[in-house]
Design a binder for this molecule. Structure first.
Ligand code: SOE
Length: 404
């Protein structure tokens, strides 16, 4: 039921509003946004679009409070984006009874503490990826959320790009036949300069204490989430990692400090369905800014997708007549219903972009409350990604195959 999915908070809100005799709009999901960086903006934009483009949804997100440590900066963010109030201490935010759902857009090392405290207050929790610093923490978070019965989701946003969702539908239709290969890349080049520091609002991703890992948790986690969803579970992995720049200035001390993260990572894996996986990620792939690609080769057909061309899905069908056989590039923009989410937007042929993956997840979260169903990937789903990330890092260290 919605009651179950939304958790105790829904119940509390009903009774207290009733007792006070106040009229409380029960269809409002009052959000507390923790963090106002890149993801704070992406999520806020998403929630703002939901009522306009998904008007039939019963539950409507409300920008109730933005939270960040710097009062001036959080005030400016709240004023610009339309939040009704601000907090500088996330614990205060969690104590407020006018907050129904907490969105965690703080660096990775803060996810667990904030999520557990939010769950203890009966709040719904939306958490940025990766869920946790390691598998054990992720399991603790998933168990706490399940025990409390609070709605939860992790922002692995790429699942909800229409072309990627179409790939899911094609896989589920069985058209590909037996799957032989799954291949994915996530390539960037922003760390090549040794002058990029570690730590702080812009570069916490380079600081092991805040990020937990480098490209494995930041970028390959996306590839792994998509892969587990499209191709099922992974049994074992063998990996290598490298840290090309061994020391970077730490912004807090101004001193050179050892770099603890993986700058690049490649791994091979075996999926439970018998297919072979090959994954690579680097922040040193000169020329690539955010090249996330995946390809699946089946006995009958193959599909491939590229984030730099995200509105297209490429498809090769061996069943086509031989004279016409070839890779087709599907512009995923049709409104007939076969192209996921596209009927929500403009007219056929006009594409959408990166930010819409977040809009779709925000809308799906609201819908999940109405239907009383989970909004995947849940904390529990994200633990599976965490397990693969951990096995990859362990294998890179041990130089042996690691079972999941
Ligand atoms: C890193 O540069 C980053 O912003 C990741 O943190 C995101 O998860 C990825 O989607 C794009 O790249």
């Amino acid at each position: 039921s919605v009651m179950h999915m939304a958790g105790r908070n829904e119940l509390n809100r009903n009774t207290s509003a009733h007792k006070r005799g106040k009229v409380q709009d029960m269809t409002q999901i009052r959000l507390g946004m923790i963090g106002y960086g890149f993801m704070g903006r992406a999520h806020t934009n998403a929630f703002k679009r939901v009522p306009d483009f998904f008007p039939e949804l019963k539950y409507k997100p409300v920008l109730q409070a933005a939270c960040g440590r710097n009062q001036d900066k959080v005030n400016a963010f709240a004023a610009q984006w339309g939040f009704a109030s601000t907090e500088t201490d996330w614990r205060k935010l969690l104590e407020r009874d006018d907050i129904d759902a907490v969105d965690i857009c703080a660096p990775n090392d803060r996810h667990k503490e904030i999520a557990l405290a939010a769950i203890a207050q009966g709040k719904m929790v939306l958490c940025e990826k990766p869920l946790a610093m390691n598998t054990a923490d992720g399991i603790e978070m998933a168990e706490a959320a399940e025990k409390a019965g609070v709605a939860n989701t992790v922002w692995y946003n790429y699942r909800r790009i229409p072309a990627v969702m179409l790939a899911k539908h094609i896989v589920e239709s069985g058209k590909l036949g037996r799957i032989y290969h799954y291949r994915a890349n996530f390539l960037q080049d922003w760390c090549i300069s040794e002058d990029v520091p570690q730590g702080g609002a812009s570069n916490w991703r380079l600081n092991i204490a805040e990020a937990g890992s480098g490209v494995t948790g930041d970028l390959l986690a996306h590839c792994i989430d998509t892969a587990l969803w499209l191709n099922g579970s992974i049994d074992k992995v063998t990996a290598m990692t490298e840290t090309f720049v061994k020391q970077r200035v730490h912004v807090e001390t101004g001193q050179l400090a050892p770099v603890g993260i993986d700058d690049a990572c490649a791994f091979l894996c075996r999926f439970s369905n018998g297919s072979l996986g090959l994954f690579e990620s680097s922040r040193y792939a000169r020329g690539h800014k955010a090249l996330y690609t995946f390809e699946i080769n089946g006995a009958n057909a193959s599909i491939r997708w590229d984030l730099h061309d995200l509105h297209r899905l490429e498809y090769f069908d061996h069943g086509d007549e031989s004279a016409l056989r070839g890779w087709r590039s599907i512009h995923v923009s049709d409104h007939g219903g076969d192209h996921p989410y596209m009927g929500r937007w403009w007219v056929p042929g006009l594409q959408i972009g990166y930010e819409h993956s977040f809009v779709h997840q925000a809308a799906d979260f609201m819908e999940s409350l109405e239907k009383g169903q989970p909004c995947p990937p849940t904390f529990r789903d994200a633990v599976e990604t965490q397990k693969v990330c951990e096995a990859v890092l362990n294998s890179a260290a041990s130089e042996i195959w690691e079972k999941i």
